[in-house]
Write a protein that binds this ligand. Structure first.
Ligand SMILES: [Zn+2]
Length: 147
């Protein structure tokens, strides 16, 4: 029984991640960080947000997230996206540092840097099954929150 507990405990953090995906993460994490940091530097000229920490993660269902403390997290797979979408994700998270919700004021802020955000949002919804390595098993739900 003890053995079984250890095994389960060890497996948890990597649940749903294939060996290939873990290798991809190690390989691309720093490139993703460089891209994200340069996009933040560029877009924050407009937004002037206070940012605490930027982390690059291997998340299964999100492109990005943020905390009220000013920490931003991004999925390393952001480097595989077309530049306009990577930029939109960074703008989206920066705007959450000012508006911690998806209300009208939030989208107004996003539109300052991304006037075509509706198109970008739609494109991301279409692309996001690529976040998992089980594309064929996963169907994208209509209103799924991905950013
Ligand atoms: Zn959001």
């Amino acid at each position: 029984m003890f053995k079984w507990v250890i095994k389960r405990y060890r497996r948890r953090p990597q649940r749903g991640k294939s060996k290939r995906e873990r290798e991809l993460f190690v390989l691309h994490k720093e490139k993703a960080r460089a891209l994200v940091l340069s996009l933040i530097a560029q877009e924050n000229l407009l937004y002037q947000c206070k940012i605490k920490k930027v982390a690059i993660r291997n998340q299964s269902t999100r492109w990005g997230s943020c905390s009220a403390k000013g920490n931003l997290n991004f999925n390393f797979k952001i480097i595989f996206l077309p530049p306009a979408l990577a930029r939109y994700i960074v703008v989206h998270e920066l705007c959450h540092l000012k508006e911690f919700n998806h209300g009208k004021d939030f989208w107004k802020l996003v539109s300052l840097a991304c006037p075509d955000f509706l198109l970008e949002r739609e494109e991301l919804r279409r692309i996001s099954p690529l976040l998992t390595d089980q594309i064929e098993e996963r169907k994208l739900k209509e209103n799924e929150r991905i950013v």
